[in-house]
Ligand binder design. Sequence first.
Ligand code: SDX
Length: 470
Amino acid sequence: MKKPSSAGTSGPSAGRAPKGKAAAGAKAPAAAKKAAPPAPPAPQLAHLELEGRKLDLEVLTGTQGERVVDIGKLRKELGVAAFDPALASTAVCQSAITYVDGARGRLLLRGYPIEELAAHATFVEVAYLLVHGSLPTLEQRQRFSDLLNLHSMLHENMRNFFGNYPEGAHPMAVLSAMVVSLSSFYPEIKLDSTQEEIDITVTRLLSKLRTIAAFSYKKSIGEPFIDPSHKYTYCENFLNMMFRSPVSKYAASAEDVAILNKLLILHADHEQNASTTAVRMVGSTGANLYACISAGVCALWGPLHGGANQAVIEMLERIVREKIPVAEVLRRAKDKTDGFRLMGFGHRIYRTYDPRARIAREICTKLFRKRRITGPLGEVAMELEAAALADPYFQERHLYPNVDFYTGLIYRALGFPKEMFTVLFALGRLPGWIAHWQEMRADASQRIMRPRQHYVGPAQQPYVPISKRR
Ligand code: SDX
């Protein structure tokens, strides 16, 4: 397996120490005018010993000081594999897209703090940043927006697909199917596609996924589709397609557009979460980008992942409907035999407040105050949060609100039904999935992902004909 190049990562500590002339101990020629650059630090090694055999494993240090031990030669040298079922201690790739600092609750997208992007950027700018690696100039943003507009319509044949779903079909099922169906209409994206073909496919996905989302909602309420229009910006267009109708004078308010931009930015990327890993895994087989994104949509749907935003609202609705005291909710959340989880709480990486939850909480509080939104759901959410944060069980396990705890309340206040919440998460995460797919394709060290296993099944046994089975 080729080792990841440290190219593209900055700073002496990033990736692997360079080799060659500057290797430690090389003598500078007498005629050299200026001293040779200082020799790079010798690579840090971790030492593994098994049955008397010793193996030195290189320790790589990332640009933010995070360290990984390269175990790529473990099986070849020692004949064993590492065992890490949920990959909680395993880095599956080298990436320069997003950095999550779980200890300090920091999130950087291409180095930019999420707080600054949410405060100052539009979602289209952040999508450009993730996909192209830098914030767009005015001219680049305009060209990107024009392309998004150009590719916002669906093929007329695809519009008929929606009518064949049963009433009440979950929009995530529709979304995953429609996304992979795009590959039938635009088959040119292949393993050896040109950058131009990839750029068009990326823009098609970013724009058509929004149209598919809006159309799936309109179908679910039996209203006619509202087509995208060149008159609107990305988020304005989506709100318009969602909530305008031939008989309504709906116009997306500047405040709703601004809030939706922020919410989509909060979801834009989050390093190697389950759905992004699914996109990378499917991408590593050479499957086309539409298939990879469809896999990401399916992985995101789970209530432990992106489906949590819908599950939070359903949990709050149940608490209110059944008048369950908050203390009882927490008791059940702590009872291992109960299987109940406090949805919107906890995170594999964050050991403190998810910075996105902090921003979402602020958006929610301001929106509710400004629009005088009252009602039990918001009150129960705040009460639950306060009680959980004060509870030793949650404190000891570093369980804090995550990005999903407040976003559902905001989406609901903007008029979205809860079945659309995870679709909105997918819309936001799409540029992140695309960025990771691109990075995986460009990484020479990446091959088809094929993990090993720890086999605990039966030893070889002879086949028994059915006549002899008892
Ligand atoms: C997202 O990975 C990402 O970056 C995801 C995401 C992204 O942007 O892509 O951030 C988006 O998916 C956010 C998470 C949304 N999911 C939820 O809100 C569902 C509720 N949360 C949990 O199911 C859980 O916290 C997870 C799934 C988020 C994390 O699960 P882990 O890391 O496997 O944690 P764990 O199950 O090992 O829990 C550790 C302990 C356990 O107790 P002990 O065995 O130590 O006694 O904490 C407990 C758990 O029982 N625990 C909870 C809890 N979450 C963890 N107890 C009650 N309620 C919870 N929500």
